[in-house]
Ligand binder design. Sequence first.
Ligand code: MV4
Length: 671
Amino acid sequence: MFRKILIANRGEIACRVIRTARSMGIATVAVYSDADAQARHVAMADSAIHIGPAPVSESYLRADAIIEAARASGAEAVHPGYGFLSENAEFAEALAAAGLVFIGPPASAIRAMGLKGAAKALMESAKVPVVPGYHGDNQDADFLLGQAEAIGWPVLIKAVAGGGGKGMRRVDKAADFAAALAGAQREGAGSFGNPKVLLEKYLVKPRHIEIQVFADSHGNAVHLFERDCSVQRRHQKVLEEAPAPDMPPAMRQAMGKAAVEAAKVIGYVGAGTVEFIADVADGLRPDRFYFMEMNTRLQVEHPVTEMITGQDLVAWQLRVAAGEPLPLQQSDLHIQGHAIEARIYAEDPAKGFLPSIGKLHQLRAPAEGPHVRVDTGVREGDSVTPFYDPMIAKLIVWDADRAAALRQLRRALGSYRIAGVATNIGFLLALAGHEAFAAADLDTGFIERFRADLLPDRKPADDQVIAMAALGVVLQRRQAATDTARNSADRYSPWASADGWRLNDTGFDELHFKDGEDDRICRVDYLAGGAIRIHGQAGAIEARGELTDGSLDAVLNGQRSHAGLVRQGNDLTILCPGASHRLLLVDPRDAGDEDVGTGGALAAPMPGKIVQVLVAEGAAVAKGQALMVLEAMKMEHTIAAPAAGKVSKLHYAAGDQVVEGTTLLAIETGE
Ligand code: MV4
């Protein structure tokens, strides 16, 4: 076995590989870009080597820099993870030339699966079923139209070098064929440098079912059953599960056998996935599945296979790459229970799933255990940057059967708490709670078909949410007041109390929240024993509770309630199970006091634009004095001095755009 390996990747997959390597006593070397110097995978590895600037073309895609790093570190083998260089045959060859082991298949196997038409012909020769169609060399438009007529409409034109749905055109009738053909050819040439296409019968109700295969260098090959990845959005997988719901045993056996044949015919070694498309117009049938493509790497969704087989696929990869035989034979492998993976992304479903860039001010994952696994590459306080995939984590659940696993999924998703970026968790919860998903009425059109159910309109905050927000604000003020009192000579001073009944005679306050465009102004009465009464739209709610480290444990009208609470200045995020609400606290008394930096450097609390600089370099300032005004998220935020001192440096001027965390100015406090 190797003594040291280098992981040519980042994020959750780098962390995943490091975890297994460590458990096997193998030393790990991480590589990182400028943007990842503080990343989790770097912190986890035994050592780490810088390979370049943030853009992937200048770092994680630089084969030369990675090979040099492997050499310099003394690593014997390189794990490519997925994406980046994982399916790059030249990279595999360059590693071999440098005397390093590529933890992946032979370059020849990667090439054999590179072009769709050639791969299909190869599969046909191995008796692996392929979608009926034409995948020959003749690219003449009239000839292809004739082939399409023979296949029967609708027909799918696919660029042979295409991928991820690019260079694909559905054609329903002869009159549309020529234009669609030209389009697919243009896209193939433009995106992949290859105008060649193939034709297939278009399957109107397909399911994406893939088989995990493994082969060693001694001629053994097995499969580790199937995964169903039919729930996709724009060719991005959203939910993956194993086994495939309602899979007939005869079909599982036939698909497993076909996948192993596919691996054998290309001389495969290592972990691979054979993707099939199943025509489910008449349900799942053993004679209605067809080879689509083979992914010559470990896949994002490999954990669901690990959960149902009890195997560690990264450990298998390392053993096979080191020349050992497969750890188990086919007859040793069995399916146990059901697993589902949900990909948690920093993206905004309300904005067309646009990536949501920013800092993960709060990141609380469900507790891990036999039923819940979380694979992640980020920690609370890390940022989602525009440079890389905005995946936050993979949540994997397991239970004895699908219905139980689905309950685990809903519970785990509901307990996730993320603030600072928008996430797809609400969308995932809607999916996991959808009756058609529970009924396993799956096909690749699932998300489009139920779009209206899955993307509900933004719900205004109800009285319960407003009450939680109000309670959170009151508890925070009390905490701040207690801290002040602790630091003051007279800790029992009534002025140190933040309770309304001491701050004003009447014993009540008014809190003004903005929920989107809606103003929510509510009266808050201070009651005995620390409770408060919040007057909402539908009535009053009596609330008390505790706020610890961003977690609010409350009792509202006698009912227990939990939520996450994150406050950035006057920007408040209330994270309720399955739904998050963002409110702005409109309160002149608080202006600026949460926007203060610590120490002498003042950082931008969020990305925005400097609209005003209120002090000059060298100016003496008092504690709490307004220094700059930052416009962010349509609100103005005052940056105030954390302590009395002198402005030693102004880094920005009015009109400048700043990213979150940027040091805006420095103050010498004389401390
Ligand atoms: C198909 C198809 C229907 N009929 N082929 C999409 C990406 C590529 N890997 C293959 N894809 C498809 N091929 C035939 N003959 C429908 C799709 C397809 C799809 C496949 C798997 C998962 C999601 C999909 C979403 C849309 C279309």
